[in-house]
Write a protein that binds this ligand. Structure first.
Ligand code: NAP
Length: 289
């Protein structure tokens, strides 16, 4: 059993911290900016909460963070009451936020200066993956530190991989989002076409999903897309944040991402339609408006 802190009890963090307590059997202290959520977590999991990230992290072997973006991450780690204020030599900071590779490298160095180890560890698998403890975790950092952290991360994961040095977890998550953007746009166009052609979408998917056109998105989203329902988790606002990170990284490394840039604009159209909180399959809505 390790002494663990978890900072950020959102859609993802709340159940992830729960798995660290129940499945991992760790001694978990949580912090959340909106205190009511921390109180709800402590009640649900018979755990503890602290009033600041720094106090939650005090004396911990592992500190997990899952907040919104780069700035949020800086605030709860290297800010005034951030976890690095109290974390001590030999402890490990694990960041599950989807953020830039740049902030991951920056935190790796800031942590190292205090003798603290850092792993960037963004996740994929959505709300359902977090609730069922079956996330995919893409890590960047030092191998020995990864080996130490892996059994703890296992509490909320089905697949955990070390992809390279600090920042590599975030770069891997970027590849993941590039794939999703293109696949969802393709699926949206296919469903749109099928409806116009008068096809029975369920029947078509039943057949083509077994062939080369099949995908997780097709399997899990065609039905709700066909019904015009877009309330299945990962929001368009988050996707635009992620694609913004991808496009900025591509500007630095010279990668050409014409489709990703276009789909990012399409998600902008969905936001303008009022779909900022719709899930990412809502690319279909802008084709049908
Ligand atoms: P969320 O439900 O909006 O929760 C965000 C959490 O971060 C909340 O606990 C929020 O506190 C906290 N937070 C934000 N800014 C903060 C700040 N400046 N200081 C302190 N706390 C702050 O988001 P989520 O869906 O859990 O996503 C979290 C991260 O995981 C994001 O980077 C997202 O891109 C990534 N992700 C999400 C999914 C998904 O399906 N949702 C899938 C993969 C990856 P409050 O409660 O006070 O607002």
């Amino acid at each position: 059993m390790a002494k663990v802190a978890f900072i950020g009890l959102g859609v993802m963090g709340f159940p992830m911290a729960g798995h660290l307590k129940t499945k991992g059997g760790h001694d978990v202290t949580v912090y959340n900016r909106t205190a009511a959520k921390a109180a709800a977590w402590a009640e649900k999991f018979a755990g503890k909460s602290a009033p600041t990230p720094a106090e939650a992290a005090e004396g911990c072997d592992f500190v997990f963070v899952c907040v919104g973006n780069d700035d949020d991450l800086r605030q709860v780690t290297s800010g005034e009451n951030g976890v690095l204020k109290t974390m001590t030599s030999g402890s490990v900071l694990i960041d599950n936020t989807t953020a830039s590779a740049e902030v991951a490298r920056e935190l790796y160095e800031a942590a190292k200066a205090k003798g603290v180890d850092f792993i960037d560890a963004p996740v994929s698998g959505g709300q359902a993956g977090a609730e069922n403890g079956v996330l995919t975790v893409m890590c960047g950092g030092d191998e020995a530190v990864f080996e130490k952290a892996r059994p703890v991360i296992d509490a909320y994961a089905r697949m955990v991989g070390l992809m390279g040095p600090a920042g590599s977890g975030q770069l891997t998550k970027m590849m993941n989002q590039i794939c999703i953007a293109g696949i969802v746009q393709g699926l949206a166009e296919a469903v749109h076409f099928g409806k116009r052609a008068g096809l029975d979408i369920e029947k078509v998917v039943d057949v083509i999903s077994k062939g080369a056109a099949g995908s997780w998105q097709m399997e899990n989203r065609h039905k709700t897309m066909n019904q015009g329902k877009y309330d299945l988790g990962f929001a368009v606002d988050w996707m635009r944040k992620d694609l913004g990170i991808v496009l900025s990284e591509a500007k630095q490394n010279g990668a050409r991402l014409p489709l990703t840039a276009l789909v990012d604009q399409f998600y902008g159209d969905v936001q303008a339609l009022g779909g900022a909180r719709w899930d990412t399959s809502s690319l279909l809505a802008r084709l049908e408006k």
